[in-house]
Design a protein around this ligand. Structure first.
Ligand code: AMP
Ligand code: ZN
Length: 470
């Protein structure tokens, strides 16, 4: 079976051909850690997770690198405005370093609550400033850069004939020809971008480094180029990100990497479409008012219901977020888990090896091979679990194999989960409060339980609970 993935660069599905037989090097742009990740960001990470799990399913040895943007991502894409880390530091009255530490930890807590696999290499940009300086020096020596006094070192995009090939020539020409008022009139061209920014006397920065050009900090795009090359080599197999990265961040990563090395930067470019929210449109951290994964347990949902919700829409389709959608996904996941547990109960004896020649297995693999079509893969899982003509032990073996990709904690039953200490007492106290119609107290107790990772659901048959990961 051939694994086909949609390559943004060529705008078509292509058979994945790794640089090294049987291996896959994947670089994924990580979070900017000045605030919590919102559920839109996590849609992209769930999409990537399903993808890397599919690679493993097909037997590839994976090396996955993810950066942590803890410096240099400016408020404006035009390389102007404050560094987002400094914005976060001011907002919270903490140092930029403490802000980065706090939100990096918060990110991975959310990330793991969605059963996303940890990358093999995690690289905070601030640990790679020297590598970035080295790459800027190469670009400078090759004549690709120019300096704007009091501002920074810029990449001259006119020097690269195929600049913008990821987003398309017409898009770049549109920017170049457009009568847009430039935020930075000293740039030679509107698509030029900073590879190194100078610290200025007006802006007191917490994060800055000495460099051949004086004190300053790296341009945002530079980190991914320097770290990808360092950990995965000058040409990598697959580079991943959200769709917003196509026009600027990835376009500029390609420009500077290819100018520096003279080689193609990545063979496949994959992008998840955005999660949008009704009238709010796309969800963004800078807008401030956004939903995080903790919004899920607060509303009584297992975060994995959100993972399931994400996987019900193909990653290259926009995902319209609604609470009704999460509710439907939560019900669906409950049903799928109940079915999996029923099959497990029916299957007596040791679990056999999964039958890779069976139609359901091939259908599941084919869905994954078709640009990670998770909705189709999940449909095969449902149908197979329900199909009584297949021996229960075979269905169980298949569900266990599928679970390596779906990662929905299919076999987690409420009864299997131990209640944390004193939660049982809180549940009884809450039931008593509800009977006494003391809803204020009952809500307080729901919150106390939710803080312990215990979700409460009031059903006609009484109070039900389930555990979510902390
Ligand atoms: P950031 O933390 O802003 O650097 O973004 C982290 C990741 O989330 C990047 O891959 C973005 O492309 C992606 N992203 C940002 N907003 C959304 C959204 N609304 N829906 C899906 N992905 C997003
Ligand atoms: Zn990046």
């Amino acid at each position: 079976m051939q694994f086909r993935i949609y390559n943004t660069m060529t705008r078509q599905k292509e058979v994945f051909k790794p640089i090294k037989e049987g291996e896959a090097g994947v670089y994924t742009c990580g979070p900017t850690v000045y605030h919590y990740a919102h559920i839109g960001n996590l849609r992209t990470y769930v999409s990537q997770d399903a993808f890397v799990r599919a690679l493993k399913f097909f037997g590839y040895k994976l090396k996955r690198v993810m950066n942590i943007t803890d410096v240099g991502h400016l408020v404006s894409d035009a390389d102007t405005g404050e560094d987002k880390m400094e914005v976060g530091a001011r907002r919270e009255g903490k140092s930029a370093w403490d802000v980065a530490k706090f939100y990096t930890e918060a990110f991975f807590k959310d990330y793991k609550s969605l059963n996303c696999l940890m990358p093999d290499v995690l690289c905070p940009a601030t640990d790679y400033v020297q590598e970035m300086i080295d790459m800027v020096l190469v670009l400078e020596a090759k004549g690709y850069t120019y300096n704007i006094p009091g501002d920074g070192v810029y990449f001259d995009t006119a020097k690269l004939p195929d600049y913008g090939k990821l987003v398309g020539k017409s898009h770049i020409e549109g920017i170049r020809e457009g009568a847009r008022i430039e935020a930075n009139a000293q740039k030679r061209g509107p698509t030029d971008f900073a590879v190194w920014k100078f610290s200025t006397p007006e802006e007191q920065r917490q994060m800055e480094w000495e460099s051949p050009w004086g004190k300053g900090f790296p341009g945002w795009h530079m980190e991914c180029s320097a770290m990808a090359v360092k950990h995965l080599g000058e040409t990598i197999d697959i580079h991943w990100g959200g769709e917003d990265h196509v026009a600027i961040h990835h376009t500029n990563e390609i420009a500077q990497s290819e100018a520096a090395t003279g080689k193609p930067f990545a063979n496949y470019w994959m992008h998840a479409r955005f999660l949008v929210m009704g009238d709010l449109g796309k969800m963004s951290k800078s807008a401030g008012d956004f939903l995080t994964t903790s919004s899920l347990p607060e509303r009584g949902y297992d975060p994995l219901a959100y993972r399931y919700c994400c996987m019900l829409t193909h990653y290259r389709k926009q995902l319209e977020f609604t609470w009704e959608g999460v509710e439907a996904a939560a019900r669906g996941l409950d049903g799928l888990r109940a079915l999996a547990l029923k099959v497990k109960a029916e299957a007596a004896g040791p679990v056999p090896a999964v039958d890779k020649e069976a139609k359901y297995y091939k259908d599941f693999a084919e869905a994954l091979a078709d640009d990670v079509n998770m909705p189709a893969a999940l449909a095969v899982l449902w149908e197979t679990l329900k199909d009584a003509s297949i021996p229960a032990s075979q269905r169980l073996a298949f569900a266990l194999a599928a679970e390596e990709v779906t990662a929905l904690d299919l076999f987690k039953a409420e009864a299997e989960q131990p209640l944390p200490a004193d939660a049982a007492a809180l549940i009884s106290e809450r039931e008593a409060a509800r009977k006494a119609k003391d809803f204020k107290r009952s809500d307080e107790l729901r919150k106390a339980l939710s803080d312990k990772g215990v979700l409460i659901e009031d059903t006609p048959k009484g109070t039900k609970w389930k555990l979510v990961r902390g």
